[in-house]
Design a protein around this ligand. Sequence first.
Ligand SMILES: Nc1ncnc2c1ncn2[C@@H]1O[C@H](COP(=O)(O)OP(=O)(O)OP(=O)(O)O)[C@@H](O)[C@H]1O
Ligand SMILES: [Mg+2]
Length: 152
Amino acid sequence: MKIKKTYSEHETEALGYELGLLLKNEPKIVILLDGELGSGKTTFTKGLARAIGVIDIVNSPTYTIMKKYKTPDRLKVLYHLDLYRLEGVGSDFDLEEYIDGFGMIVVEWPYQADELLPKDYLLIQIKKLGEMEREFTLTCVGFPCKRAVHFI
Ligand SMILES: Nc1ncnc2c1ncn2[C@@H]1O[C@H](COP(=O)(O)OP(=O)(O)OP(=O)(O)O)[C@@H](O)[C@H]1O
Ligand SMILES: [Mg+2]
């Protein structure tokens, strides 16, 4: 487990970037981002995307549930899921299709579908401590993300 703090949107993007660099060569990694509205989940995801070489602008996928981003060389892929509006598992949205695939899979509001979450993941809990202050708790569960959590 590792705890990090940021004090601006830019610092949160940079933290995501730093983590992304440490994870970019993993063939598959699921990152769960757990934190209240406006805590910085999407901002952090922008940094992850930049680290793997995505050049498209990463926005909140709130109204689409999932957005897929490929690097220009098409070698790396990031799936950005936002389950805020997922209404239970009865939905016809096939989360497993992404969770079981390859690439970097980032999930905002993961506990909207906790029955479907994989057993290996990197959990990042974000706390809003003030208007600008955020605390990130990184916990590697099962998956070999321990090195990244150690070095960040
Ligand atoms: N330290 C910080 N890190 C990240 N964002 C910050 C920070 N301080 C202030 N902010 C502001 O908080 C907001 C974070 O927005 P962001 O979309 O990343 O949150 P989110 O967790 O994805 O929210 P949602 O649950 O609505 O998807 C932005 O408006 C940003 O400017
Ligand atoms: Mg968001």
